[in-house]
Design a protein around this ligand. Sequence first.
Ligand SMILES: NC(=O)c1ccc[n+]([C@@H]2O[C@H](COP(=O)([O-])OP(=O)(O)OC[C@H]3O[C@@H](n4cnc5c(N)ncnc54)[C@H](OP(=O)(O)O)[C@@H]3O)[C@@H](O)[C@H]2O)c1
Length: 339
Amino acid sequence: MQKQWHLKSRPKLEPSLDNFELVHAPIPKLESGKALVKVLYLGVAPVMLRYMRNETDFEQTLEIGDLMPGRGVGQVIASGCKDLPVGAFVQARLGWQEYALIDGNQNPRPFVLEHTDLPLSHGISTLALSGFTSLVGLREIGLVKPDDRVLVSGAAGGVGSQVAMIAKALGVKKITGIAGGPRKCQIMTDVLGYDQALDYKTDNLSTQIDEAFPEGIDVFFDNVGGALLDTVLARLRRRARIVICGGISEYLLPPEQKHKFAHIQNLGRQDAKMEAFFIYDYQSHFSSYAEELADWIRAGLIRPLEDISQGIETLPQALIDLYAGQNQGVRMARVGVPE
Ligand SMILES: NC(=O)c1ccc[n+]([C@@H]2O[C@H](COP(=O)([O-])OP(=O)(O)OC[C@H]3O[C@@H](n4cnc5c(N)ncnc54)[C@H](OP(=O)(O)O)[C@@H]3O)[C@@H](O)[C@H]2O)c1
């Protein structure tokens, strides 16, 4: 038998422990074309709350009693699929459970981790979606150049904790991050490669941004959205680029409470662009992104900050903590050890 987390009820606002139920279920039997995977790490991400509320059209509809969806790293322990051989470490949609039966052709496709000289947990952080998201946001959407004045929100979170180091690896000279509280601000400058850290939980964020960017902002990598995005829209340089990565400040709000933008016209005034992206649209490049990022880790240019809780039991709290700002870096749970 194995442990699994099922959806017990839908969160109205932020998730709480009573939305989840821990159940015991049989370990699945191998089927042709599939691989049986022992789960080692499972990541948590803000978007999971939206899956629980059936708010995205990407994830299949989640019914009460269903297995919680989620990506993780696991080891193939039996295989009927030539692309997923026994012993391989894979990154895939595994679900919140200790053993998963995965289909080599499922969409999004599982991928074999190639850089196993590095810690397997990096297969949740830099060598997987959050690292790829930072890279694509900066390079493909933000089109960053060395002299750009770059600002990042959610800068101590999973994606944000990697943006400064990746930006520096891409040649950016100076980068400023925004996060909540003095402890996170200190980590941003001491550990995460930011030159400057601004605390949005003080009441003078606009003044802090004005002092940090007297000539305005060229690139804004936004994980937060809402009023903060509007504050930045008022401070754009010519041909600025706004990267809409996420908008966690608004995920819990009903439509009528979402921010009404006052400075959107500034995009036109400054010949700027604002563009969102979805990391799965870049799936065909994942292997080359992993190669580049692994090289930068080996060269010491990226030091992934991972916030790892121990045991499958910790997953609901790990997700709740994201919305309470408790995580530093990429949140994940360690669920098992390799065979
Ligand atoms: N475009 C894509 O394909 C893609 C892919 C992956 C992720 N994303 C998005 O990227 C963003 C970052 O994802 P992640 O996985 O790295 O999560 P994350 O940044 O680790 O999310 C948790 C952090 O969000 C901050 N936060 C929570 N509530 C907030 C609020 N009301 N206002 C401001 N900050 C708040 C907290 O930091 P503080 O303590 O600083 O408040 C918390 O530590 C999310 O919006 C996510 O949906 C997009």
